[in-house]
Design a protein around this ligand. Structure first.
Ligand code: SF4
Ligand code: MG
Length: 320
């Protein structure tokens, strides 16, 4: 296995400003010391509730948000410290697909123009070649090439997401960051889009970072899964191992909420007490201790280290 992307100790803090003078009184640690490696051709799922930092992690990797600290190593370059002009070269290779393609597809432009635009910006191909490329990619994404003459509002949510994916593919990327790509879609359409993503991955040698609040959505497509909570990494392992034997109490609670079809997999529903703490004022020690059914005295005082509990299965919890 060959590493495509290495995220090392990534941090993204947002200042909290107060009063008329807008003085910085603290920070929201939206991404707090996140490290993982994405191998070529792999799909990593990043899962957690809203506000856990998963989207911010994705956007910071692409430097759509500036990292506060840490490294983003891609092809032996640290993207975190690249100049804007050098970054542009790498931008082509990493694209993002958003949850709501409607808000990211300009309603006043026809699909053809929307899809040709990224190639224009990067000075790729002749006009004729760009049109050809668009037709090809639309077809790969299960759309009729005649879509180029229509406007975004003329398509259903699922079709718009196919167009959003097509746009991300026009630059021949290596890595796609899929930020809740199916969360706005009906369940039946969700599986169509996930199947499409899997086909495209094989056909175009793509590597995915698949961000979702829904463990059952990432289960099918991910090779490995990272569970996040309040900006921190709680658990990471191969998908099968995570579902078979979740280690972190938070992961167990998330898993227990998924309806199971297989009766031998029956789990007891774990309902977490309390609400998600405010990210601007997270609990000390283990940030999960206020809601954890297994919390011990040490959990209030000491933040657990990230450790390997089993082969390839990592967790941050004092139980291990
Ligand atoms: Fe629960 Fe303690 Fe583990 Fe945190 S460290 S998840 S509070 S048992
Ligand atoms: Mg795969």
């Amino acid at each position: 296995t060959e590493a495509l992307l290495q995220v090392k100790n990534l941090k993204k803090y947002f200042p909290i400003k107060k009063g008329i003078l807008q003085q910085t009184v603290g920070h929201v640690k939206a991404v707090d010391n996140v490290s993982f490696t994405v191998n070529k051709g792999e799909t990593i799922g990043i899962v957690g509730e809203s506000g856990c930092g998963k989207s911010t992690t994705g956007k910071t990797i692409l430097r759509l948000l500036e990292p506060t600290d840490g490294e983003i190593i891609y092809k032996n370059e640290n993207l975190a410290s690249l100049s804007a002009s050098k970054l542009k070269e790498y931008r082509k290779e990493m694209q993002i697909v958003f949850q709501d393609p409607f808000s990211s597809l300009n309603p006043r432009y026809r699909i053809g123009r929307i899809l040709e635009r990224p190639m224009e910006i990067h000075n790729l191909y002749t006009k004729k070649e760009r049109k050809q490329k668009v037709a090809e990619i639309l077809q790969k994404c299960g759309m009729d090439p005649s879509a180029v003459n229509k406007f975004p509002h003329e398509f259903s949510g699922g079709q718009r997401q196919r167009i959003g994916i097509a746009r991300a593919l026009t630059l021949n990327p290596n890595l796609l960051i899929l930020d809740e790509p199916v969360s706005a879609l009906d369940v039946s359409i969700q599986s169509q889009i996930i199947n499409l993503l899997e086909d495209l991955q094989d056909e175009m040698d793509l590597t995915y970072l698949f961000i979702s609040h829904d463990l059952s959505v990432v289960r099918h497509i991910s090779d490995r899964i990272l569970v996040m909570y309040l900006g921190q990494m709680f658990e990471m392992s191969e998908t099968m191992a995570l579902f078979k034997e979740p280690l972190h109490p938070y992961t167990r609670a998330l898993l227990s909420a998924i309806p199971v079809h297989n009766p031998t997999e029956k789990r007891e529903r774990i309902v977490l007490k309390g609400d998600l703490p405010s990210p601007s004022n997270p609990p000390g020690g283990c940030v999960f201790h206020t809601r954890c059914p297994s919390a011990m005295d040490i959990c209030k005082q000491v933040k657990p280290d990230w450790k390997q509990a089993k082969d390839g299965h990592f967790v941050a919890c004092h139980l291990y």
